[in-house]
Design a protein around this ligand. Structure first.
Ligand code: XMP
Length: 522
């Protein structure tokens, strides 16, 4: 699909391999200005394509002192556009402009206090000369000699050039990371770079995006047919609504219900769409029997995922066949799935778990893809959903994995265990909602452990399953912390689960963060 965005003001972010480059993009977009991330290896091409009004260099794991370490392309300097260079970006900026970087200094990692020596439009309005502010540093090497025209704006005990700038060329560099939350004023600093220094007001908002996306979908699809696998999750729902707005009845959505969803979920999704979007064609394919028979007794998580993925494709294909096929397949692919990751250290990244989406379908069915969310981050998709009138209760829903309850039922799957788990999950979420905690938590769910323990209930002895409760806070699911409930809440949820569900007589709470744990149990 062609680039939907084409806003007039864009910023190019050159990625030197930092783990947090995506955060720079999120912060810039929050200011209302469009930006794109390009790997340093193809930054020149990216520059020509995006035609930016300013450039940001990300951090990265390399040392500019190493041979063949990454550099920014000359075109960026020739363009005379404003530059903000962060961490490794500062080092390459200074090296490329004739300064010096040295290694072997005291490494600084974590919080540091910087002192402001001079005023600058970079922190106009929130940082004062002579005062100290907290920032997040992470570096080994440091700049020891600034390029001509640069001066020191801020220092820290271990960073003589915490901020260095050449105001006349609008080149700014920070040794710290303004994009992370540990630099409390970091987003204001990025906003100042975007608005005050680069002079961009920006036209990036979801209402403008909606118009552009609808026009782009109409152009791509013409009068052809589109099908969309709708799970009821935010991404597929928003993609479906946008395409529906663009091409109306040329779109058919198919909800393949694998029987591994939460209690009443498939019904609720269908009811919501029927109520709010009666013109949207939605087929509910109840295939729970097929999936559950295929999974019965299966204990291996990868086999569970593969079986679900394969059946999903087969059933979707069958349903699409009944409609007489389609020319396009809609997918709710997001920007983080599209950004080419920079591997500086080399070597492939390790797949920890195979994720099941509708991967494999387009090749098999010989369809082109419509991916109207390819340029958006998750928070932007939510904003677009609101813009399209999707009810808040849908927009704020916790993420739910494609293989659903199957991967929350470690050990062999049985119908009974799935039923017990579904009930436990429903009670747990009900308690979370009642306590007003749902929106504070990124994802919460119950897991049914394949372990039976002894209990006493009334006068009798029980021997039943253990249920583990999980709740995490996270920004994007890549890292997560366990949610710090108070014990009274956990006690209440546990009592209800044990009292109301036959089959569970013990409840435990998972206090593992990610890393080292993952969010799901398998
Ligand atoms: P983990 O468990 O890897 O999960 O920390 C990160 C996020 O991904 C979701 N998840 C999945 N989503 N298919 C999906 O569509 C999967 O197989 C799958 N496994 C994990 C998980 O729920 C969390 O939001």
């Amino acid at each position: 699909m062609s680039n939907i965005s084409s806003p007039t003001d864009s910023i190019l972010i050159i990625d030197f391999g930092s783990q947090v480059t995506q955060l720079i993009a999120r912060r810039v977009r929050e200011t209302g200005v469009y930006c794109e991330i390009v790997p340093f290896q193809s930054a020149e091409e990216g520059f020509k394509r995006v035609n930016p009004k300013a450039v940001i260099f990300s951090g990265g794991p390399a040392s500019v002192l190493e041979e063949n370490s990454p550099r920014a392309p000359q075109i960026v300097f020739d363009s005379k556009l404003p530059i903000l260079a962060i961490c490794y970006g500062q080092q390459t900026l200074c090296t490329q402009l004739g300064g010096k970087v040295e290694g072997g200094h005291h490494r600084e990692f974590g919080r540091a206090d910087i002192e402001i020596l001079k005023s600058s439009p970079l922190f106009d309005g929130f940082w004062d000369v002579g005062s100290q502010y907290t920032v997040w540093m992470s570096h080994g090497d440091r700049v020891t000699e600034l390029p001509e025209g640069f001066e020191v704006i801020a220092v820290s005990p271990n960073a003589p050039f915490a901020i260095a700038a050449d105001e006349s060329r609008k080149y700014y560099s920070t040794m710290f990371h303004p994009e992370v939350v540990h630099t409390p004023d970091g987003s204001k600093l990025l906003a100042n770079f975007v608005h005050n220094i680069a002079g961009l007001e920006g036209d990036w908002n979801m209402s403008a995006y909606r118009e552009r996306a609808v026009a782009a979908i109409r152009e791509q699809v013409g009068d052809k047919k589109v099908i969309c696998a709708l799970s009821g999750g935010v991404d597929s729902s928003v993609a479906a609504l946008l395409i529906h707005e663009a091409v109306g009845s040329q779109l058919t959505c198919i909800l393949v219900d694998h029987g591994l969803m939460r209690k009443n979920e498939a019904k609720d999704v269908v009811a919501m769409f029927n109520e709010h979007y009666p013109d949207l064609k939605l087929l509910h394919c109840d295939a729970s029997e097929t999936f559950i028979s295929a999974l019965e007794g299966e204990a291996d998580p990868e086999t569970k995922r593969k079986t679900i993925g394969r059946l999903f494709i087969e059933l979707f294909e069958e349903e699409a066949g009944k409609l007489g096929g389609a020319d396009f397949l809609a997918q709710g692919t997001l920007y983080p799935d599209v950004i080419e990751s920079v591997s500086y250290s080399g070597g492939p990244s390790v797949t920890i778990k195979s994720h099941h989406n509708v991967g494999g379908l387009p090749e098999r069915m010989n369809m082109d893809l419509v991916e109207p969310l390819r340029e958006l981050f998750k928070d932007e998709v939510r904003a677009l959903g609101l813009e399209l009138g999707l009810p808040q209760s849908f927009i704020g829903r916790h993420p739910f994995p494609g293989p659903g309850l199957a991967i929350r039922c470690p050990g062999g799957i049985t119908r009974d265990k799935l039923e017990i788990l579904r009930e436990a999950d429903a009670i747990y979420l009900d308690e979370i909602r009642k306590a007003g905690l749902y929106d504070e938590i990124w994802q919460a769910f119950a897991v049914l452990l394949p372990v039976q323990t002894v209990g006493v209930m009334g006068d009798g002895r029980t021997y039943e399953f253990v249920c583990a409760l999980r709740a995490v806070t996270s920004v994007d699911g890549m890292t997560a912390d366990f949610y710090p409930y108070d014990m009274a809440f956990l006690g209440k949820a546990a009592t209800r689960i044990i009292n109301e569900i036959r089959g569970i007589n013990r409840v435990v709470y998972d206090v593992t963060s990610k890393p080292p744990g993952t969010i799901e149990w398998e």
